[in-house]
Design a protein around this ligand. Sequence first.
Ligand SMILES: C[S@@+](CC[C@H](N)C(=O)[O-])C[C@H]1O[C@@H](n2cnc3c(N)ncnc32)[C@H](O)[C@@H]1O
Length: 270
Amino acid sequence: MTDDVTTPLRRGFDPSVPHCARVYDYWLGGKDNFATDRALGDAMIRAVPDIRHIAHDNRRFVHRVTRDLAVEEGIRQFLDIGVGLPRSPNLHEIAQHIEPSARIVYVDNDPLVLAHARALMPSHPEGRVAYIDADLRQPTTILTDPTLHDTLDLTRPIGLTLIAVLMLLPDTDDPWTHVEALRDALPSGSCLAITHPTADLHPDQINTAAAAATAAGMPLITRTHEAVRRFFGDWELLKPGLCPVAAWRPDHQAHDPQTAYYWAGVARKP
Ligand SMILES: C[S@@+](CC[C@H](N)C(=O)[O-])C[C@H]1O[C@@H](n2cnc3c(N)ncnc32)[C@H](O)[C@@H]1O
């Protein structure tokens, strides 16, 4: 397969255009954001008043899924694409807390995000954390990167996490094909975790927020339950299936576990 894409692979650093990682950082209470990120973040809060809670719910999902993949599925290697700005506990901290020798490869197409990640996310000495500057729309580039092979053993199960990133790929980029290429490269017992915004249940609110993002230069795609389900291909969805993010094995006081602005699911390769 080739890594052909229809839209540019990256923008240069431009604080006058909002960036998804910085807007997300703003909602989570971080400091790594600019006025333009906060302006869009506020516009989206006006459209979806719960959006900060949803960002926190999404982040807590990362914690729960990493824990469950490590404890229940015995996963010791993770490939996290669309890493975002560091916010402790990060995926590798949770995985290495459970198993210090866990190995994690973080991938992002934004050099600034990766610079933050490299500086702030050192590995446990017994394990390994590595970083690849690459685009989700270039699965062959990711899968043939020497850093990936130095860090992960692709003959043993991998936890592939695509958390709040597929929403940045338009249908014209055919994200399903890119995710399929990644799935195909992983061995039996590997797991895929996804969260993805949807307009299925609150279309007016989420469509207003997505339109604000697009108008500000940060296109954001919502997808239906069926469209998100297709990312998992024929892999077996683990309980409770593809559900609202706060309802996926909740272990905290979610503000409303049925709030469905984001679908979340995890599947295992047979
Ligand atoms: C909203 S953040 C999600 C952060 C993290 N996964 C989480 O949920 O906490 C999205 C991240 O995906 C990255 N990203 C966007 N498009 C990408 C692409 N095509 N390939 C790789 N990374 C991408 C952005 O730079 C950003 O760091």
